[in-house]
Design a protein around this ligand. Structure first.
Ligand SMILES: [Zn+2]
Length: 89
């Protein structure tokens, strides 16, 4: 139980900042998720994008100037790293 809690905190930097700073509107809150094989994740097709996301609402995708596409996690893992805002690592 304790280890789950710690992983949750480490994985949810964005959410933690929201709580600490109380600076995020509800609409900005992102739910952190664990991703598993077979899941669909979101990536920005822009040249400089290096992360995959569990939700297309992630603030990490808000700067995406290209399109945001859905892709299977297995494929995303080969070229991208998990986003620290929306994925529990
Ligand atoms: Zn993200």
């Amino acid at each position: 139980m304790a280890s789950i809690k710690i992983r949750y905190k480490l994985g949810c930097i964005y959410l933690l900042l929201c709580i600490l700073l109380a600076s995020c509107d509800d609409k900005d809150k992102v739910e952190c998720k664990e991703v598993h094989d077979g899941d669909i994740v979101y990536i920005c097709t822009g040249r400089y994008s290096k992360k995959y996301h569990s939700t297309d609402k992630c603030p990490g995708l808000s700067k995406c100037k290209a399109s945001i596409i859905e892709t299977p996690i297995e494929e995303a893992r080969t070229n991208y790293k998990p986003c620290r805002y929306c994925i529990i690592q």
